[in-house]
Design a protein around this ligand. Structure first.
Ligand code: FE2
Ligand code: FE2
Ligand code: FE2
Length: 430
């Protein structure tokens, strides 16, 4: 079951890239639009099928290293900022997983100028990075407030003026071929681009299994958590807590793996929430809390749009619902909350209580047990599961803290302290 190939890779990555681009209308679909342009340049260049797939995946994920919405908007507006940071962070996030090894090398140089390659041999990877560079720039040159066919001439002229310095002249020539076609521009700006890429794109026939899905979910776990130093290990904590609760509860291995995946995706919608709210040290205003409430709404709809993950969407995204129906944002009650959803609910609260927050220190065992008891008596949480956590507190806590420490160590020593170092891909076992 775990190795059955049942999830379409294109469906999965397109939806996950939506999550990263949801933060502002100014950047919505930027990565999908870039991937489309890059794909068309590949086609015009007669590149091998494997390379086209790699370029397409890199296009969909190329800006995942940009952690704040402000950084993304500055890039979208073609401002003169430091572009190195998000390339290196993107490489670092991707490189940890063998599945994305090639993607990481393409993403690393997606802003490198063509003249900077002088003397270097042209490889599949360098060519791929340069394709993303042109595609990304074309996408950002398009004014989202103007009809695209009215501006295509100006975009083409601008790209050609940078040929031989910023951009590889051979690839600019390929771009010139596709940019003559009106439908190319209409596709780039089409509101239906997602379904076009899903049904016709280079990943349309690639199916993956749950084991690969878990790896991809870990990448997104890191993208979500590393947005803020306060939550840098939160998702890892929730996922591992859910896993160990499920294990003690006696669920099958395949269920445990899927619960861990649900844990990794549970806060996916936080990618759309500004850091100014997530990191605010003071109490949130009503308006800010309303914005926070959107995160599980987004988590649900993004995961639910991936065929085969409909159940995982419910398990992960219902973690702020309550058995008494007073949670948010769907206000569903116990009859719609499965054991799996209830496990993530308990895991989320347990993890949050143990963590330091801008406004308080992480809590101790006695206090946490007291809160879990109170919440289950008020029918916020499942009493049996809260009791299971209390009874096995030390076992659960030791296991989870160990994993959180490994993630924190990586976050502090590598992610928050970037350098141009190179290192081997390392698949973390947490
Ligand atoms: Fe970028
Ligand atoms: Fe970009
Ligand atoms: Fe949440």
């Amino acid at each position: 079951m775990l190795n059955d190939k049942i999830i379409n890779l294109g469906n999965l990555l397109l939806s996950l890239s939506d999550a990263v681009d949801l933060a502002s209308n100014l950047i919505s679909s930027h990565q999908q639009r870039t991937a489309y342009i890059a794909w068309q340049i590949c086609r015009a260049s007669d590149l091998p099928e494997e390379t086209v797939k790699d370029v397409f995946i890199a296009g969909i994920l190329h800006d995942i290293g940009a952690i704040s919405v402000d950084e993304r908007i500055s890039m979208q507006n073609l401002e003169e900022i430091d572009y190195d940071g998000h390339c290196l962070r993107g490489e670092l996030l991707l490189k940890r997983y063998h599945f994305f090894r090639k993607t990481s090398r393409i993403v690393r140089d997606h802003h490198k100028r063509w003249f900077e390659y002088e003397g270097e041999p042209e490889t599949d990877i360098t060519m791929s990075s340069q394709i993303i560079k042109i595609a990304d720039y074309v996408e950002r040159l398009i004014d989202r407030n103007m009809f695209v066919l009215r501006q295509k001439k100006a975009v083409i002229e601008k790209i050609n003026s940078m040929s031989g310095t910023e951009f590889n002249p051979f690839l600019v020539e390929r771009f010139n071929i596709i940019s003559k076609i009106e439908s190319f521009w209409l596709d780039v700006t089409s509101p239906r681009l997602y379904s076009q890429l899903f049904h016709d794109g280079p990943l349309k026939n690639i199916e993956i299994c749950f084991t690969d899905l878990e790896t991809i979910s870990k990448l997104f776990r890191d993208i979500i958590d590393f947005k803020s130093p306060y939550t840098a290990a939160h998702t890892a904590g929730v996922s591992s807590t859910a896993g160990i609760i499920a294990h003690i509860f006696g669920l099958a291995d395949s269920d445990i793996l899927q619960l861990k995946i649900a844990g990794n995706f549970h806060d996916l919608g936080k990618l759309a929430i500004p850091n100014s709210i997530l990191d605010k040290p003071e109490k949130l205003t009503h308006e800010e809390f309303d914005i926070i409430k959107c995160h599980t709404y987004y988590s649900y709809h993004i995961i639910n749009s991936i065929k085969g993950l409909e159940e995982i969407a419910k398990w992960g995204a219902f973690h702020h619902e309550r058995l008494n129906g007073k949670g948010y944002p769907f206000r569903i009650g116990e009859k719609d909350l499965s054991t799996y959803s209830r496990i993530i609910m308990v895991a989320d609260i347990f993890t949050a209580l143990t963590e330091n927050r801008p406004y308080r220190e992480g809590m101790k065992k006695k206090e946490i047990i007291c809160i879990l008891k109170d919440l289950s008596e008020k029918r916020h949480l499942d009493m049996k599961l809260a009791g299971l956590v209390t009874e096995n507190f030390d076992q659960i806590s030791d296991y989870v803290v160990n994993i959180e420490n490994l993630i924190m160590e990586f976050y502090k020593s590598r992610f928050a302290n970037l350098s141009h170092e190179t290192f081997e891909a390392l698949e973390p076992d947490y």
